[in-house]
Write a protein that binds this ligand. Structure first.
Ligand code: NAD
Length: 474
């Protein structure tokens, strides 16, 4: 059993003032596998003070100095890929292929921040003015459990590249991954206080960050409810806020699509990260006149998708992260049945043969309407909803009839038509016949899916304030 006792403040592992111990579980067995000691408001204040003290020197570092620090971070994090992989499978339950991606992503995003910094223009001549992009100040970075190490590294690398210092409040449920990341970052030998990491509860450490006057900017990934709260909590101190929130992303299947060819895209988009993905394509819009044919293709494909032990090489869907998350998903499956949607695959309870672990059957509802709760609310588990549509205009209307707008997928053979539909979907990202990711492009959401963007130069800009400099004669 692992006991994680320290947090990281001012370049040192320190014992928190907070005394609460929080249990860490293996979601595949439900067993307690570790404990983490949580920091409290006082610990958050110490971390913020350290970041504030480190800001004047760090914000004046040159591009080359920041690049050198980021390269050391990259090397140290990349060296821990296998250790991270083990923690991700054990503590989060990611299946092996997904787990490997999640273990390489933290180093990859640091490399991407390096690329962005190398090419970034911090100054620009605009008419008679020089516009100088200056670091916004101390950044508060708050991450969720569904890709904790990756989000820590992405937010931190970008903040540091911009010249900000940071206080990180990682997900309390991902402390093993956080510990590995802290050890790597410590080894990278950055100046003390430049980054600080405080394990703790959202309503304790998170709240302190959300209200503290010395935090200039918040970058948050998590639920829309907490994101909205952070905007109002930060208003009193006029914090800049970047939010990456939830989604109810549409997968629009056009009527010329070859169902056999697109089915892997449809199911991977929906079940990625065991369904615990903000970008998951959970609303599948299908032409009404081909609905029966599509349903048959789904019924043939889903039995080949295994939900079970993440260490089995043929597992595609691992357990839900917690008992609470498992209950939430079960509840939505009940709601779908009560609302009158028809179960095409899966349903309540664990997959056959599994007695323990927070496992869910890959579940697909059909004949749903876009007004049902299973079509409107984010479930955050492997539960998909097929909604029939009448024509292209109807498909676009349904795709946009949601409070969210993070990602969308359009599938069809006529590329001009696919692009026409893609351009009319209100979403931060629209994929056409691909699930590829482009890290140099902005990532973020319309409407309740977020505020602002991460990644590439858009991500960097979010940690910078433009300063207009007009010079007269000497
Ligand atoms: P959550 O919002 O409950 O928690 C996210 C983080 O915020 C955690 O570190 C938590 O401790 C902290 N937090 C909670 N209350 C807080 C408060 N009052 N003040 C400050 N911090 C607080 O979300 P979760 O359950 O950890 O993650 C699942 C949600 O995150 C899903 O809704 C999902 O859509 C969303 N998500 C979005 C993205 C994205 O990129 N858009 C990525 C992953 C997850």
């Amino acid at each position: 059993m692992q006991r994680i006792e320290h947090i990281y403040i001012n370049g040192e592992f320190v014992t928190p003032h907070g005394e609460e111990w929080f249990d860490l579980h293996n979601p595949s067995t439900e067993e307690v596998i570790g404990q983490v000691r949580l920091g409290d408001a006082q610990d958050a204040q110490r971390a913020i003070a350290a970041a504030k003290a480190a800001l004047p020197a760090w914000s004046c570092t040159t591009r080359e100095e920041r690049l050198a620090a980021l390269r050391r971070m990259h090397k140290a994090v990349a060296a821990r890929e296998d250790q991270l992989m083990e923690a991700i499978v054990m503590e989060y339950g990611a299946p092996l292929v997904r787990g490997r991606w999640m273990a390489t992503y933290p180093a990859d995003v640091i490399a991407q921040a390096i690329d962005t910094l190398e090419a970034f223009a911090f100054e620009e001549q605009v008419g008679t003015a020089r516009v100088v992009l200056t670091p916004v100040g101390v950044a508060g970075l708050i991450t969720p459990w569904n890709s904790n190490a990756g989000f820590i590294c992405n937010k931190l690398a970008t903040a540091l590249a911009a010249g900000c210092t940071a206080v990180i409040k990682p997900s309390e449920m991902s402390a093993m991954q956080t510990q590995i990341v802290i050890e790597a970052l410590h080894e990278a030998g950055l100046p003390p206080g430049v980054f600080n990491i405080v394990n703790g509860r959202g309503e304790v450490v998170g709240e302190e960050i959300a209200h503290h006057p010395d935090i200039a900017k918040i970058s948050f990934t998590g639920s829309s409810a907490v994101g909205q709260h952070l905007v109002s909590a930060g208003a009193a101190t006029m914090k800049r806020v970047t939010l990456e929130l939830g989604g109810k992303s549409p997968t629009v299947v056009l009527d010329d699509a070859d169902f056999a060819a697109i089915m892997p895209f449809v199911l991977q988009a929906g079940f990625a990260n065991s369904g615990q993905a903000c970008i998951a394509g959970t609303r599948i819009l299908v032409p009404r006149h081909r609905l029966a044919e599509f349903e048959q293709a789904v019924q043939e494909a889903v039995p080949h998708i295994k939900s079970g032990d993440p260490r089995d090489t043929d597992t595609a869907i691992g357990p839900m992260v917690s008992a609470k998350q498992w209950e939430r998903v079960q509840n939505y499956i009940r709601i779908g049945v009560e609302e009158g949607a028809r179960l095409l695959a899966g349903g309540e309870g664990r997959p056959d043969g599994l007695q323990a672990g927070w496992f869910v059957k890959p579940t697909v509802f059909t004949d749903a309407t876009n007004q049902m709760r299973i079509a409107r609310e984010e479930i955050f588990g492997p539960v998909l909803t097929i909604i029939p549509y009448d024509d292209e205009a109807d498909a676009i209307t349904i795709a946009n009839d949601t409070r969210y707008g993070l990602s969308a997928l359009v599938l069809g053979q006529d590329l001009d038509r696919c692009e026409r539909v893609a351009r009319r979907i209100d979403s931060g990202r629209v994929l056409v016949n691909t699930l590829a990711h482009e890290p140099r492009a902005p990532f973020g959401g319309f409407k309740h899916s977020g505020l602002g963007r991460e990644m590439g130069r858009w991500g960097m800009n979010a940690y910078l304030e433009p300063k207009t400099l007009l010079m007269g004669q000497g």
